[in-house]
Structures are given as structure tokens and as C-alpha cells.
Design a binder for this molecule. Structure first.
Ligand code: 9MR
Length: 371
């Protein structure tokens, strides 16, 4: 019943949202020749339940990435059980729309099921056993979509802000070696697929340098790595454009392409919990200041900053191969639940009615006038 109601609501808003033809270029029409214009899809969109969302994707983007359905916890919840259906429909959606399909992600400490690291008695597995499990997982998933997935986030978020390795179970059991092994297994399973290292806060100098060292060491071993994914989770006051650009250039100098992989910009102020932790209600209000809409003054600053970053990516289109936003419309964003559940954020390119934000219209109109 719930599904039926959602479908009917989707149909109604689909009709109202798309009744008027527009002469505005879509993002992929305007900038698809510079780099891939991608978006993360959730399961409701790729399965067709959210038809409005799916339509916004097919109209505006030429690349998709799975927001959750290919993560190990979802696709491989138990050692002898794979759950492929959502990932199958995600890949099929991309193929049906002629898009570059991106797999996210093969090895990540988060959203990784517990069974991965323990034996039947609950004891930590040996290095050899973890290698066997990694190989099985990567080979099974990558082979299933061989020739259909354009590129994989092979390892996600393995390096900390200070440039050291994250103490994840992968690292604790295998040491640094788990990263080259993951790239080797992925390449063996689909030699034609592009392979990426993906991480956040990549503008920080120590992290930048560590990722450059990682790229160099993979290349020295003769392993394939095509690009570094810079997750673009931004705020109104971070990162500085200068530091972000410096990392883009550093990665390109190491001989890989740069991808802006998870772009979104919170429009809400950055709030420190330490300010007054006894005032819980005040803290919540500070974290959710615009539940009924973004004030124009804030929206203007947000749009200018997003536009400036997009122009930065365009200026470096010789080294940038993809720009992917992390969600379709504001209502879909993980930011509405972080750092507290149920707040109202405005971080994406399309608003809650699937209308493009002013800076997107601006960029596309500008391009149309050029044509
Ligand atoms: O957007 C994703 C959200 O729906 C999930 O609940 C969350 C679970 O960790 O992961 C989010 O996506 C993350 C991505 O996979 C890796 N980089 C950080 C993203 C935001 O947390």
C-alpha cells in the first residue's frame, strides 16, 4: 500500500514538474564534453519507484554511481550470500540511458559486514583468510558487471587527515598491503575497468601527500590506478578553493586523473558541539536553522560558491575526468541526517521539487548563449 501511494505521488509530481518544455540546456548537454557529469542514485531511483528522481537523472547526467547498493554490507551481507538485485537494476538503468556506470565501493571499513573479519568462533581471521575473502568478494562483484561498469572505487577512505593509515580491520590484519591487493584483484576480474582510490578531506596537506605516495607506490608496482576520487563534501567555510586546487594538481602530477566524486555543499552553518553541550535544544536549533526554506542571502552565497567551484573544475578539465554530485535533489541528501537526524539541508544541484538551483541555470544558460 505504502509503495502504491509513493508511486502515485511520484506520478502526480512527475506530471506537474515536467509539463512545461524548457529551452534550458541540461548539465550534460552543456558540459558533457568537458568531463562526465555524474550523480549518486539511491535505490528508489534506480528501481524506478521514484520516477521524478529517475527522470532528473536521465535528463541531466551522463554517469551514475550507486549511493549504497554496491557496498559490501548490502551486496554481500553474509559470507555465502550475495544480494545482487538492487545493483543489477542500478547497472541496467545506466545501460538503458547510455551512461558511464561507476561502482562504489569494493573495500571500505564502513558499511562492511562483521563476518568479513571473524571466523565461526568470532575470532579475528588470519591475513591469508582475509586475502581470500577480499579476493572472493572483489572477483565476484567485479566479474558480475564486467564490461558494464566503467570504473570502480576500489578502496575508500583508507587514509586519515594526518596522512597515516586508518586503523581499520583491513589495515590491522594485512597492513598497507590490503590496498595494492585490492587493486590487483579488481584488475584481474575486469582488466578493462578503470580503478580509483577515493577519499574525503583531500585538500589537507598531509592527506594530499599521503595519497600522492600511495599513487606512486601502486604505479611502481605496475598496478593499474586511473584516478583519484576527491570526495567533494563541502561547507560554506571549507575547504578553501586554493587548497582544493593544490590537491587536484598534486594528484594529476602523480600521473592520474582527478575525479570530484561526492560533491555536495551544506548550506547550514558549521556548528561545534563543544559550544554548549548542556543546551541540547539550542544545539539542535543551531544545526537545523532553516527548516522552512533557505533565506535568499544564504542561498546567494551558496550559489556563488558552488558556481566558483564548478568553474574551477572547468578550468582544469584537462585533468578532471568526472564531476559527480552525491544525490539527486536536496530531499535525497545524506546531509539531512548528519550530524543529526531529520534536519533540512540544501546541498545539491536540484531542490526538493527537482528544480535546478540558480547557479546551474546560470551555467547552462551561459553555455547556450555561447552555442
Ligand atoms: O550517502 C550515503 C548514506 O546514504 C549512507 O547512509 C552512508 C553510510 O555510511 O554513506 C553515505 O555515503 C558515503 C559514501 O559512501 C562514502 N563517503 C561518505 C559518504 C557520506 O557519508
Amino acid at each position: 500500500m505504502k509503495t502504491l501511494i509513493i508511486s502515485l505521488l511520484s506520478l502526480i509530481s512527475f506530471a506537474s514538474c515536467h509539463s512545461e518544455p524548457s529551452d534550458t540546456l541540461s548539465l550534460k548537454e552543456a558540459y558533457g564534453d568537458k568531463f562526465l557529469i555524474g550523480v549518486a542514485m539511491n535505490q528508489r531511483q534506480s528501481s524506478g519507484l521514484d520516477r521524478v528522481g529517475a527522470e532528473t537523472v536521465s535528463r541531466n547526467f551522463n554517469s551514475i554511481v550507486a549511493e549504497n547498493c554496491m557496498k559490501s554490507e548490502k551486496i554481500h551481507p553474509m559470507e555465502n550470500l550475495y544480494h545482487f538485485e538492487p545493483a543489477d537494476s542500478f547497472v541496467a538503468f545506466g545501460e538503458a540511458n547510455g551512461m558511464a556506470v561507476i561502482g562504489h565501493c569494493l573495500i571500505w571499513h564502513s558499511q562492511c559486514p562483521k563476518w568479513f573479519f571473524v571466523d565461526s568462533e568470532g575470532k579475528r581471521v588470519s591475513a591469508d583468510e582475509l586475502k581470500r575473502r577480499m579476493r572472493d568478494h572483489i572477483t565476484t562483484v567485479v566479474s558480475r558487471y564486467k564490461g558494464r561498469v566503467h570504473g570502480w572505487d576500489v578502496v575508500n577512505e583508507a587514509i586519515l587527515e594526518d596522512g597515516t593509515y586508518r586503523r581499520s580491520p583491513f589495515y590491522e590484519i594485512l597492513g598497507e598491503e590490503f590496498i595494492p591487493l585490492a587493486f590487483q584483484y579488481a584488475h584481474e576480474a575486469d582488466p578493462d575497468a578503470e580503478l580509483y582510490y577515493n577519499d574525503y578531506n583531500m585538500h589537507l596537506p598531509a592527506k594530499r601527500e599521503a595519497v600522492v605516495r600511495l599513487v606512486n607506490s601502486l604505479k611502481e608496482r605496475g598496478l593499474r590506478i586511473d584516478a583519484v576520487g576527491m570526495q567533494g563534501h563541502m561547507g560554506m567555510d571549507y575547504p578553501s578553493m586554493d587548497a582544493f586546487e593544490r590537491s587536484m594538481l598534486a594528484f594529476a602530477s602523480a600521473g592520474v586523473k582527478v575525479m570530484i566524486t561526492e560533491w555536495d555543499m551544506s548550506a547550514l552553518p558549521t556548528v561545534s558541539r563543544s559550544a554548549n553541550i548542556s543546551d541540547i535544544q539550542g544545539y539542535k536549533r543551531a544545526l537545523d536553522p532553516y527548516p522552512d526554506g533557505l533565506p535568499d542571502s544564504v542561498s546567494d552565497v551558496w550559489n556563488q560558491r558552488m558556481k566558483a567551484f564548478f568553474e574551477l573544475f572547468l578550468r582544469h578539465s584537462d585533468i578532471v575526468s568526472r564531476v559527480t554530485v552525491w544525490g539527486v535533489s536536496d530531499g535525497d541528501s545524506w546531509k539531512n541526517d548528519f550530524p543529526i537526524h531529520g534536519r533540512t539541508d540544501y546541498p545539491l544541484l536540484f531542490d526538493r521539487h527537482h528544480e535546478p538551483k540558480p547557479f546551474v541555470i546560470d551555467l547552462c544558460d551561459h553555455k547556450r548563449d555561447d552555442k
